[in-house]
Design a protein around this ligand. Structure first.
Ligand code: NAP
Length: 499
């Protein structure tokens, strides 16, 4: 799709665009803060839940924490000397995001309990026409998606689900009204979420059965609390925080090597994971069940010190036979064996390859984003999509990481968006629309690079579509992504002058 008027006025505009941001999570808040700093004050954040925090509000399961060190998993412009642990818990991360919302005066801009149902681009006025789930209308020149990749919990469609007489919930919507004490509990799934809450509930439940479809590679977590003197030092000497953050960044950044196919560094990780398993699981038969059958890194590498020891408890059972159906009283596996439960917890991850669904997004000529992405989602720089002018995705397709802080990526994307807005204002443009050729070239490069990574190494994961195309992960080191986004190439865009 190329625009009829691909010429731009050279007059500059004092007109500050209105910006609509979907989601008050890490990405949405980051955008809002940078807009404020840039003097673009007319923005609204639409948030479907009651408050800010995104994934850190949604996920409140016991033991929830970030597996990226907190001094790095935070905004570069919002260092926090108060982190209590290397891997601080969910409550602290949520507090941090709440604090940032207050500090930067974002609250008046947030429309909570308001989901965007549809967004339609009107090329005549150069505006996005939004409809909320309450039926309200809203208009903005710029639309930013901060919904990310992990916001729609996925529960497998097991037959008989509605017959179950006990309680069920998904790990990302933990039902705190359910008292697990002494109960017979099933956990389906054993990914990053499950391995955090299983050790927290194992001692209190009566019986815990873990349904494992695939084993995961797990390396030691080695968490520690920051002593008071260290927190005071971070407080008094912010440059120490900065140096420490930089150290953590490069410490993790080098780990990208582990995600290259057949790289010696990945083999070191695998050795560490095997040693961890051997040290923590003395029983050879159990160890065999817990040993993955795919290259390390193909699925997310997990970190935990307290997960394997759970299996030495007499009330914990590991089941590798797949669940076939749910009955009124529990779960029946494919071998016909039935187990009774009071509670079934689904730790089965998220719908990850249909970004932004179920929002009905329509660009030029009414083109639906769902149609544009019929063969899998893709975006130029992970941020813009042809035919969807002035629409920017944060933590969009091919920007997820296995080795470093996603906040680093988000900050690079937000900087990119701000530069696009500046360009539009500077040239008095109605809109920018990335050229299909630019996206095609970008995607071809990313997919070619991804072929050299372990994500293509023959496992199923939430990083890819059913036909094996990796739609979620960035293909290289984060520094390379940062460099690419540092100065937008506006030659990649068709532009429409304001009339
Ligand atoms: P996940 O990694 O996608 O794990 C889902 C689990 O459910 C897997 O064990 C999967 O098995 C299993 N599963 C899915 N469908 C199933 C079915 N039909 N039958 C049986 N088992 C099934 O989800 P998650 O644990 O919620 O984590 C998702 C992502 O969120 C992580 O990779 C990470 O990026 C993020 N996260 C981060 C943190 C953190 O510390 N920062 C914590 C939690 C989550 P298979 O492996 O066989 O598919």
């Amino acid at each position: 799709m190329s625009l009829a008027a691909n010429h731009a006025s050279t007059r500059s505009s004092t007109h500050a665009p209105r910006v609509a941001i979907i989601g008050a999570g890490v990405a949405g808040l980051c955008t809002a803060i940078q807009l404020k700093k840039a003097g673009v004050g007319d923005f609204t954040i639409f948030e479907k839940s009651e408050g800010v925090g995104g994934t850190w509000r949604d996920n409140s399961y016991p033991g929830c924490a970030c597996d990226v060190p907190s001094h790095l998993y935070s905004y570069s412009f919002g260092l926090n000397p108060e982190w209590t642990h290397k891997y601080s818990p969910q409550s602290e991360i949520l507090n941090y995001l709440e604090h940032c919302s207050d500090k930067f005066g974002l609250r008046p801009h947030i429309k909570a309990k308001t989901a965007i149902a549809s967004a339609r681009f009107d090329s005549t006025s150069g505006t996005w026409k939004l409809k909320t789930d309450k039926g309200d209308d809203h208009e903005a020149e710029i639309l930013v998606s901060g919904v990310g990749q992990l916001n729609r919990p996925q529960i497998p469609p097991l037959p008989g689900f509605s017959d179950f007489a006990g309680r069920t919930f998904h790990s990302a919507r933990w039902d705190h009204s359910v008292d697990l004490t002494g109960k017979r509990v099933a956990v389906v799934g054993n990914g990053a979420s499950a391995i955090q809450f299983i050790p927290q509930i194992a001692a209190k439940v009566g019986q815990l059965t873990i349904f494992q479809r695939s084993a995961n590679w797990i390396v030691p977590r080695n968490d520690y609390a920051y002593p008071k003197w260290a927190r005071e030092m971070f407080h008094e000497m912010p440059f120490v925080s900065r140096i420490y953050r930089t150290y953590l960044y490069w410490l993790l950044e080098k780990n990208f090597m582990a995600f290259m196919k057949d790289h010696w560094f990945g083999k070191l990780f695998e050795k560490a994971a095997r040693q961890h398993l051997e040290a923590q699981v003395p029983d050879a038969a159990l160890r065999a069940k817990l040993t993955p059958d795919y290259t390390i890194g193909c699925k997310r590498i997990l970190i935990a010190d307290d997960f394997y020891p759970v299996f030495s408890r007499p009330n914990v059972e590991l089941v590798t036979e797949p669940p076939a159906r749910v009955t009124a009283h529990g779960v029946e596996t494919k071998d016909g064996k039935a187990r009774d439960f009071d509670v079934i917890i689904f730790a089965t991850g998220f719908e990850t390859t249909t970004f932004l669904a179920p929002i009905d997004i329509r660009g030029l000529n009414g083109r639906a984003l769902a149609d544009a992405w019929a063969h899998g989602p893709e975006a130029y720089m992970g941020v813009t999509v042809p035919c969807f002018p002035n629409f920017f995705l944060l933590y969009g397709p091919n920007t997820n990481l296995g080795h470093n802080s996603i906040i680093f990526m988000i900050e690079a994307q937000v900087r990119y968006v701000l530069q696009c807005i500046k360009e539009m204002r500077g040239r008095d443009l109605a809109y920018l629309d990335v050229r299909p050729q630019a996206l095609a070239a970008f995607s071809a490069r990313v997919q070619a690079e991804l072929k050299k990574t372990v994500w293509q190494a023959g496992c199923t994961s939430w990083y890819k579509t059913a036909d094996g195309r990796v739609t979620n992960n960035w293909s290289g080191p984060t520094i390379k992504y940062w460099q690419m986004l540092r100065r937008p190439d506006f030659g990649a865009y068709d532009v429409q002058a304001r009339v």
